[in-house]
Ligand binder design. Structure first.
Ligand code: GLN
Length: 453
């Protein structure tokens, strides 16, 4: 059913690879296990992975020409854990190149059914972006090409596309899900998470995705996986929802604000209390993130040099020329921009002024959250300042960066955050409500989302 839907709706550009034989073989194996009563918790559930997770059965590109034709000899931990729970993999989903972007317009790989790279289309209005970088993931769930999918979130890439496509997605506390086999963008920020139709579905997947992977990921936390479904139905009577003034100021479009305000009223009806809080450095999260993430990216992407794997230029004079041509050909514009910013802020003479300064403010942003959580249990606001914009409508990179303002603070602090459908804005486009919790409060976030849904 889902393979047929993926093909029927390939105009969306959501999938970058399908492998029907592999999928059907996995489905048969799942059927056999179910028949013997040995299927895992997610036995036979078809899902698809963002093409940033390495997979044995499917090519892995990170939506970059640099990795076109690359086959991983192993599965990412998240992929393996879900496979152990019994899922069947439908295919790999489009994203921004190396997860750099917020509109899924930066993919350099031709999606299934196309012979050149395409922006992913938002199923609610195919002239609009689905958000990014997990845009293929969000579009696939919204168009019911898969019941649920994986995504990754470095600065909002699960929450913002979930918001633009009217679905639910959660980024857990940094370190809960293993980064092993997740192609690195900014290692101190990258986290995997599920995206689905509901908090209930996300809870099912997240319970299988988390857990320690200490030998393979040095930032993996030694915190056991939880059953995130267990508390979904709990009452939220008395839940204190912090409303940061900085999330409701200038820049938040009126239609998004109206939908978010209405959602918050619903929460009050469910017994929650709205408490004013302050996250005074919200604005600084944009410059801080766009220094730290490119700095880490410039270091992580140095491995793509034409020597070990991926693309290699055909004609070159010597080793340096090979590096230069390979990287000039293999990386797209946004990736090059980030590498240059990153190399600059890390260079001698600028390190103290930019990188070190950004690290200090990052700590202050995390401290601001701890101050706010003295007065509230969760923090709520819009996931993004606007609804989905038109494809090609935000050509300037800085305007793209500014649109990340509400998702970046939780990323910098390493906190769990989610987006759930709050209602609709102008033109009937989905609006996402963002909930941010303290470390390890995923169960509470999912509970709050589930009660609303
Ligand atoms: N939009 C942000 C960026 O371009 C976030 C991307 C992400 O979370 N992977 O970096």
């Amino acid at each position: 059913h889902f393979l047929a839907r993926a093909k029927a709706h390939q105009n969306l550009g959501a999938f970058v690879s399908l492998n029907e034989d592999a999928t059907l073989a996995q489905a048969k194996a799942a059927d056999a296990l179910i028949a013997e009563g040995k299927g895992g918790k997610l036995a036979g559930v078809p899902i698809a992975h963002k093409d940033i997770f390495v997979t044995k059965d499917f090519p892995t590109t990170a939506a970059s020409k640099m990795l076109e034709g690359y086959r991983s000899p192993f599965d990412a931990t998240v992929v393996r854990k879900l496979a152990d729970a019994g899922v069947v993999t439908l295919g790999k989903l489009n994203c921004d190149e190396f997860a750099m972007g917020g509109a899924n317009e930066n993919s350099a790989i031709a999606p299934v059914g196309f012979d050149s790279a395409q922006p992913v289309r938002n199923p609610w209005d195919t002239n609009r972006v689905p958000g990014g970088s997990s845009g293929g993931s969000a579009a696939a769930v919204a168009a019911r090409l898969a019941p649920a999918v994986t995504g990754t979130d470095t600065g909002g890439s699960i929450r913002q596309p979930a918001s633009f496509c009217g679905i639910t997605g959660i980024k857990p506390t940094y370190g809960r899900a293993s980064r092993y086999g997740m192609i690195a963008f900014a290692s101190s920020l990258d986290q995997a998470g599920p995206m689905g139709r509901s908090a209930e579905d996300c809870a099912l997947l997240l319970s299988e995705m988390c857990g320690p992977d200490l030998d393979r990921d040095s930032t993996s936390l030694d915190v056991p996986a939880e059953d995130f479904s267990a508390k979904l139905g709990d009452s939220i009577e008395g839940l204190r929802i912090g409303i940061p003034a900085e999330f409701f100021g200038e820049g938040l479009s009126a239609d998004v604000r109206t939908a978010v305000d209405a959602a918050l009223k619903e929460y009050e009806k469910l017994g929650a209390k709205l408490v004013p809080v302050s996250l005074p450095r919200t604005e600084l999260s944009v410059p801080v993130y766009y220094i730290l993430a490119p700095a880490e990216a410039s270091s992580n992407l140095s491995r793509f040099d034409g020597v070990k794997f991926g693309h290699r230029a055909k004609d070159y004079a010597d080793l340096n020329d090979m590096y230069k041509k390979t990287r000039a050909e293999g990386f797209g514009d946004e990736v090059k921009r980030r590498i240059m910013i990153g190399a600059y802020v890390l260079s001698e003479g600028y390190y103290d002024a930019y990188y070190l300064q950004a690290q200090k403010i990052r700590r202050m942003i995390a401290d601001d959250f701890q101050a706010a959580f003295k007065d509230c249990d969760v923090i709520a606001g819009a996931a993004a300042p606007t609804t989905a914009w038109a494809i090609g409508g935000k050509a300037d990179p800085v305007s793209n960066y500014l649109a990340d303002i509400f998702t970046l603070p939780a990323s910098l602090a390493g906190l769990p955050g989610m987006s759930l459908p709050a209602g609709f804005g102008e033109g009937g486009l989905p609006v996402g409500l963002q909930l941010i919790g303290n470390y390890f409060s995923e169960a509470r976030l999912l509970n709050a989302a589930h009660r609303f849904q």
